[in-house]
Write a protein that binds this ligand. Structure first.
Ligand SMILES: NC(=O)c1ccc[n+]([C@@H]2O[C@H](COP(=O)([O-])OP(=O)(O)OC[C@H]3O[C@@H](n4cnc5c(N)ncnc54)[C@H](OP(=O)(O)O)[C@@H]3O)[C@@H](O)[C@H]2O)c1
Length: 243
């Protein structure tokens, strides 16, 4: 059994897990973040992006292809499919529970390496026997497959697996995942959109003094926007955000 599978088989969630403490001890736990927001840091409206900027979507694709993308369930549903040529990880208690609700512990362990197709409903996914034969969830990056994890505490352990070696790990939304990851992220790739849009979901406030801000490209157009990189200042790493 390879180590990813062993991890998934052996894993027991403890209530007092605290990923902040764990991550602080692990220098190899590296996350980056990608987001587009407007002048008010709005990121979403009615489950969708508030704007339509194809060029920014291409930029997102270029940045993340070949790597690992980690998202919340609502972002996954909003995209409506897995992102091709990337390892897709979806954080969702409800998806996890509906996949495993009626199973005995033994069955659960045997099927821990299950993947899910977002286009199918839950019962169709449960019937998908093919999934049982796959080796490690998330390692097949060609189709509509995603690895579902039930909590963010599972993420750090999972990303240590050899399958993820050499790949960047991008948090791609939504708000709760951004909020959780800001204390750990090394680089935030932010598309700053000139304009104010109707919105119901916002990027969390963060301490800009912890990061070096670099404008990498400015784009004219309707709306104008800029690609901006926030890189954590080395001496601030793991310091202020956790205090
Ligand atoms: N502008 C951008 O760059 C950008 C990027 C991404 C998304 N968005 C927008 O943001 C909106 C969606 O974001 P959102 O913040 O509402 O939702 P979200 O973070 O995508 O998803 C929230 C769900 O993720 C799961 N989740 C989150 N944290 C968890 C944790 N610690 N443990 C277990 N499960 C966890 C839960 O799923 P369960 O309820 O299933 O347990 C939760 O209900 C959409 O409008 C989308 O278009 C914008």
């Amino acid at each position: 059994m390879n180590s990813a599978k062993r991890y998934l088989w052996d894993h027991k969630q403890t209530k007092d897990d605290h990923v902040g403490k764990i991550a602080a001890k692990d220098d190899n736990f590296s996350l980056d973040l990608v987001v587009a927001y407007d002048k008010h840091q709005a990121i979403g409206y009615k489950g969708k992006l508030p704007w339509n900027i194809p060029e920014d979507l291409s930029h997102f694709k270029e940045l993340t292809t070949g790597h690992v993308v980690i998202m919340g369930r609502k972002t996954f549903e909003s995209i409506g499919r897995t992102l091709p040529d990337r390892i897709n990880i979806v954080v969702s208690q409800s998806m996890w529970q509906s996949m495993y609700r009626h199973r005995s512990q033994d069955k659960r362990e045997k099927e821990t390496n299950k993947t899910i197709n977002p286009k199918k409903n839950t019962s169709e996914n449960e019937k998908d026997k093919d999934n049982q034969n796959r080796k490690i969830p998330g390692t097949v990056v060609k189709g509509n497959e995603a690895l579902i994890i039930r909590c963010l505490e599972d993420l750090q352990e999972l990303l240590r697996n050899e399958v993820f070696l050499g790949k960047k790990h991008f948090i791609i939304g939504g708000r709760s995942l951004y909020k959780w990851s800001i204390p750990f992220v090394h680089t935030m790739y932010i598309t700053e959109i000139e304009g104010v849009y109707p919105a119901d979901t916002y990027f969390p406030a963060f301490d800009q003094s912890l990061f070096t801000r670099t404008v990498t490209r400015k784009k004219e157009g309707n709306p104008p926007f800029a690609y901006v990189k926030y890189t954590r200042k080395e001496n601030e790493r793991n310091k202020k955000d956790r205090s």
